[in-house]
Ligand binder design. Sequence first.
Ligand SMILES: Nc1ncnc2c1ncn2[C@@H]1O[C@H](COP(=O)(O)OP(=O)(O)O)[C@@H](O)[C@H]1O
Ligand SMILES: Cc1ncsc1CCOP(=O)(O)O
Ligand SMILES: [Mg+2]
Length: 267
Amino acid sequence: MEFNLANNLHSLRASAPLVHNITNYVVMNFTANALLAIGASPVMSHAAEEAEDMVSIAGALVVNIGTLSPEWVKGMKLAMRKAAQTGRPIILDPVGAGATPYRNAVLTELLETAAPTIIRGNASEIMALAGTNIQTKGVDSTASSAESMEAAKALSLKYGSVISVSGETDVIVSGTQAAFVSGGVPLMTKITGMGCTASALAGAFAAVSSDPFHAAVSAAAAMSVCGELAYRSAKLPGSFQIAFLDALADISPAHLAELSKVKFTSL
Ligand SMILES: Nc1ncnc2c1ncn2[C@@H]1O[C@H](COP(=O)(O)OP(=O)(O)O)[C@@H](O)[C@H]1O
Ligand SMILES: Cc1ncsc1CCOP(=O)(O)O
Ligand SMILES: [Mg+2]
């Protein structure tokens, strides 16, 4: 199937999929607003008691381990198992992978529970997940996406997942195919939750697409283009956040496709 970014955004807006997010306290509000702005319908819910019911009415599940605790992990596992059983895409954001042994142990448990459709993280998180000996600086990357290529490929083959690594250039790997998405602005690293937003948008695109590789590329391209558009009017972090949400809401499918910088290759 040919990659068609304009169609992918059009489909997202036409069906406004419900995206079930089990995500961290830091970014809940921003990512819910980003999902609404692009045209999806967010719900943030982490209680184990309703995890299976909630995922059963959603188009995709986004699991983000940013502010973990054992009670939340129970909900994550129940939701992931149910999503896998019912054929719903699962997006895993391994926030802070490689920062502490607890995070690494929880990620191992989650990956044993169900293979994610898409894993979206920064370069150190993806390298840590693949077993590279790397220390993530809390939630921030200490490596570039280019350095994570081998790790991304290994992870993709191991779990059958699409691996989306963010950075100056986003690298998306699915088996032996890869895409490079350039653009965006460095200011995006100075706002908390930009990576989490990339993962949430991957959930929205995956909910309306039969091709998770194209969904991950679409999300990365939407992030980069809207980051650039926001920077035209907002050069400081506070106003940039708002301008970014406005860009997500304002961009037309055709304009997104026109401004995106995506290159496909085989590995
Ligand atoms: N140096 C950069 N230049 C342009 N865009 C960037 C840069 N670094 C990150 N981005 C963009 O910012 C978003 C968040 O990426 P990143 O900071 O790697 O994630 P995280 O917040 O999970 O660490 C992505 O859309 C990515 O493309
Ligand atoms: C700062 C912080 N601490 C725990 S989760 C979180 C948010 C991380 O968001 P992102 O990975 O999108 O920068
Ligand atoms: Mg992150």
